[in-house]
Design a protein around this ligand. Structure first.
Ligand SMILES: [Zn+2]
Length: 159
């Protein structure tokens, strides 16, 4: 059993956005056909060409924080299966350059442990090494090229 959870967008928050017809920042829900290259943050896989998706603004923070960041992410336009295997690093996102952006137990960015990984490197080991730091509470894994959030990584047992 994994001691790390790899978390997509909260499905409850996403369902609320879909039924409200817009994201949490006032952007209308605007479905369109995927080109087949979009990383989906609802189920942590790449899109298939022609799938109905939407581009929304999303912030992984759920309480006010000066460290809060929001950015554009692709999600399925309609409800999907989500990401069930949260103990496993999303296999579809093992390529590419990633920034592991860690935060401490007070929610402050843990600058000393910001880590970049590239293609061919062991992404999962890098995430685990960052989360193993006693000062690190959780991390956001981002695209190092586009800057957007891919998913959250949290130790099992953390909120
Ligand atoms: Zn999805």
């Amino acid at each position: 059993m994994s001691d790390v959870r790899f978390l997509p967008i909260d499905p409850d928050r996403l369902a609320a956005m879909r039924s409200a017809g817009g994201d949490e920042f006032g952007n209308p829900w605007t479905p369109f056909d995927a080109e087949g290259r979009e990383p989906l943050r609802c189920c942590l896989r790449g899109s298939g060409a022609g799938e109905r998706i939407a581009l929304i603004t999303y912030s992984p923070w759920t309480a006010p924080s000066p460290w809060m960041e929001a950015g554009p992410v692709f999600v399925h336009a309609d409800a999907c299966a989500g990401y069930a295997t949260t103990g496993r690093y999303p296999p579809a996102f093992l390529d590419g350059r990633r920034m592991i952006n860690p935060f401490d137990h007070h929610g402050v960015r843990a600058y000393d442990h910001i880590t970049f990984v590239g293609p061919g490197e062991d992404h999962e080991a890098a995430v685990r090494a960052v989360l193993a730091q006693p000062s690190v509470a959780f991390a956001h894994v981002r695209s190092a090229s586009a800057g957007c959030l891919m998913f959250e990584a949290r130790p099992v047992g953390s909120p």
